[in-house]
Design a protein around this ligand. Sequence first.
Ligand SMILES: *Cc1c(COP(=O)(O)O)cnc(C)c1O
Length: 224
Amino acid sequence: MSDFVSDNLRRLRESVPEGVELVAVSKFHPAEALMQAYGAGQRIFGESRALELEAKASQLPEDIEWHFIGHLQTNKVRKVVAHASLIHSIDSERLLMAVDGEAVRAGRRIGVLLQLHVAEEETKFGFTPEELAAFVTPELVSSLKGVEIRGVMGMASNVDDDERIRADFRAIRSAFDSLKETVFASQPSFDIVSMGMSHDWPIAVEEGGNMIRVGTSIFGEREY
Ligand SMILES: *Cc1c(COP(=O)(O)O)cnc(C)c1O
């Protein structure tokens, strides 16, 4: 069987190096499109809105691994914790604590990534590298009961200048390395660097990303 989505996915997989995890960003696309990707073997999907995640998770196969990649308000945390195995977008202490509390309440242990803010414009969400270094202490990590910090996530500036994009990804990777060498030195599961989208993932991978979040190149343009 061949269709638009599975052809795109197959082509993409041929160019993504081994060791790089592909998150298929399915936000705003209907369940049928996800099922085409599923049929082509894709199991990790990324969603950015809590209600959409909930609706899709209840309707699609149970072996899908849902990642939450959008800005998350604390009043939506419960819905996301119920379905997601990894939340990429922890952008404040308040949110981290809310996710931890809900995960404990739900009897789950959920992976999270700390979102870095390095880009010139785009999203204003996330920690600067300096804020992150100050925030993530051994005391913080040992206080978490429901979440496990698995790594970092970030976006590059939305510009045409490849060198600027490269510098942003380098800054994200560097913030990861600093934590890996210190607070997480004895935690092998701190191993995810989520960076790179449809237009810039090859640069992200060159700069040390090992998880890419690709939507448009798989599913086509979104209709908001
Ligand atoms: C939408 C989104 C993506 C995917 O972007 P594409 O350009 O469609 O590949 C990746 N990461 C985040 C955080 C997003 O919100």
